[in-house]
Design a binder for this molecule. Structure first.
Ligand SMILES: [Zn+2]
Length: 190
């Protein structure tokens, strides 16, 4: 499905892939897996993340298993367009923290023949659609929803329950701050 052997962008067909899920669902790992395969296929890859995501490192996309790849932190989605000349593949991590302009940016890139792979949280900790993710899901060719494991019952989880009382949406967390929950366990809390 995802061809990686098209080095010439002029003859290349672009598209959008979106990888979504809760915290600890393996979104970033799946993004990195696809980007690394593109690099093996000698594609020119650029990776972006929002400036707000400064958990571990300024210039690397780091997943929870420390599987890192170099990336560029950008302040707004518009910067991605400016920095994506001469690339075959654009990866975007933590896409939920970008402005809504990201949807148009991804469409423009794909229309230019670029393969765009976006990873992000589909819902915030309140269970509401997160930032530009609904628009990205609606306009992508390919959508992959990955699941975590419910910390309370072991079923598949797709909610990110925040354990702290902090109400700020931009609170990036480790295991101490969130737990993935299934619908049944999450709805019991409300
Ligand atoms: Zn559960």
């Amino acid at each position: 499905m995802f061809l990686e052997n098209k080095a010439n962008r002029d003859s290349q067909r672009g598209w959008i892939e979106v990888i979504v899920g809760s915290m600890f669902s393996g979104k970033t790992e799946e993004l990195l897996r696809r980007l690394k395969r593109a690099e093996i296929a000698r594609q020119k890859v650029e990776i972006f993340k929002p400036m707000v995501d400064v958990r571990y490192s300024d210039t690397e996309v780091v997943s929870h298993d420390s599987n890192a790849i170099r990336s560029t932190p950008v302040e707004s989605s518009g910067n991605i367009l400016l920095l994506s000349s001469n690339v075959n593949v654009v990866g975007i991590d933590e896409a939920q923290f970008f402005d809504n302009g990201l949807v148009d940016v991804c469409r423009t890139l794909a229309n230019q023949g670029i393969r765009v792979i976006v990873a992000g949280l589909d819902m915030d900790f309140k269970g509401k659609p997160f930032g530009p993710m609904p628009g990205l899901l609606a306009t992508a060719e390919y959508v992959t929803k990955v699941h975590a494991i419910c910390m309370r019952c072991g079923d598949l989880a797709h909610f990110s329950h925040r354990l702290s009382e902090n109400d700020k949406l931009v609170l990036l967390g480790e295991k101490a701050e969130y737990e993935p929950l299934c619908r049944k366990c999450y709805s019991k809390l409300k």
